[in-house]
Design a protein around this ligand. Structure first.
Ligand SMILES: Cc1cc2nc3c(=O)[nH]c(=O)nc-3n(C[C@H](O)[C@H](O)[C@H](O)COP(=O)(O)OP(=O)(O)OC[C@H]3O[C@@H](n4cnc5c(N)ncnc54)[C@H](O)[C@@H]3O)c2cc1C
Length: 334
């Protein structure tokens, strides 16, 4: 019978993606319930470099393929490699980040394996089935985030593939334990025709993607697009050493890059403190902030839905608040 919780080792430019370390936490939580081993699915031109980055993680085995060269933007070919590997590994669960790579490669893998896949999960649970096997309950927001649906593959369909939204789990915290991780080398031969050649890797825009690791996040909503309020908000974030995020309308207006849009179709954040200005609190947005430890919302509308989820609700115009906060911070600096 299929067994094991397999984690896709997503990597880019010789670095494991931060999402991989979050998936390890998710896999560990599942392992505590099923006692199945944590396996890693790795295919790269230099897998050894990536394996060194896995040191100390609670992994039971790495299944690795050394590719003749790095294959980028060729999802069909990568899907073929991973499908062949998975046929041999035969895990019961496969966890994949809900990233561009994950979203593009793994539906193809699921199709090749005749398996089921749920995209964009925000929670995972285990249900013990009558035949003793473990069903993966894959929970995700649906119908514009107005309902949560729980999807489970039919008994006997493996692997149960779930892409997990970045930020819904904390990255695995190294506990200082030495772990010897066995490596199982597999064959990953490909036809040699080069379809896409990577010429250069450009750095992302300065602000892009700064939210995921930030302890403090300042979020602007459509209400902050008036006058130069967003500039003040950015200034405040600078003084606090915070990252700047936005709602979808703010991203649509080009005030923040797509990577910094928070919510159902953007990213999930888990900062210690989040300050929002002019955010109404639509469910599609709040889906991305529910892991925030302390949330402070400023909004002029007394009945703004954001106040239902905020720890502190400031019912006021943002401008004097922003100005006052900036003055206070300046006084502290002087
Ligand atoms: C399928 C789908 C997916 C979506 N995905 C996302 C997503 O990922 N992320 C996302 O954010 N949205 C998403 N949306 C859009 C979402 O439904 C809301 O429309 C959006 O979040 C509203 O953004 P907002 O709060 O900035 O703007 P608004 O709803 O227009 O709210 C502006 C708020 O600012 C307040 N305000 C105005 N002036 C001031 C002032 N001077 N001081 C203080 N407060 C002020 C107002 O009272 C109001 O509450 C999605 C929608 C759909 C249908």
């Amino acid at each position: 019978m299929a067994s094991g919780i397999c984690v896709f080792a997503e990597h880019w430019n010789q670095e494991l993606s931060p999402a991989f370390f979050e998936l390890i936490t998710a896999a560990w939580e599942l392992k505590e319930k099923t006692q199945e081993p944590i396996q890693v699915l790795l295919a790269a031109a230099q897998p050894e470099t990536l394996m060194t980055q896995m040191k100390g993680l609670p992994i039971d085995a790495i299944y690795a393929v050394k590719l003749p060269r790095e294959i980028c933007f060729q999802e069909e070919r990568l899907a073929r490699v991973y499908s062949e590997m998975l046929k041999e590994i035969s895990p019961s669960v496969l966890l994949v980040p809900a990233s561009d790579q994950g979203r593009s490669i793994f539906p193809r893998v699921a199709y090749r394996l005749g398996a089921g896949m749920t995209a964009d999960c925000t929670e995972l649970e285990i249900r013990k089935r009558e035949d003793g096997s473990h069903g993966l309950r894959q929970i995700k927001p649906s119908f514009e985030a107005n309902v949560k649906v729980c999807i489970e593959c039919k008994t006997g369909i493996y692997p149960q593939i779930a892409t997990l939204r970045e930020g819904v789990c904390e990255a695995w915290q190294l506990d200082g334990k030495e772990r010897d991780i066995p490596v199982i080398w597999m064959d990953g031969s490909l036809e040699e025709e080069v379809l896409v050649e990577l010429l250069e890797v450009l750095p992302p825009a300065a602000e892009a993607g700064s939210l995921q690791a930030a302890d403090v996040v300042v979020v602007g909503g459509r209400g902050a697009l008036e006058k130069d309020n967003f500039q003040l908000l950015r200034k405040l974030a600078g003084q606090l050493g915070a990252a700047v995020g936005g709602t979808r309308p703010v991203m649509d207006m080009g005030e923040v890059p797509f990577e910094n849009q928070i919510g159902q179709t953007g990213c999930t954040i888990r900062p210690k403190i989040c300050l929002s200005f002019g955010v109404s609190g639509a469910v599609q947005h709040t889906e991305g902030i529910k892991n925030t430890a302390l949330y402070i919302a400023v909004n002029t509308a007394e009945d703004a839905p954001i106040f239902q989820v905020a720890d502190y609700a400031v019912n006021a115009d943002m401008r004097p608040i922003l100005e006052e906060l900036l003055t206070l911070l300046k006084e502290r600096q002087d």
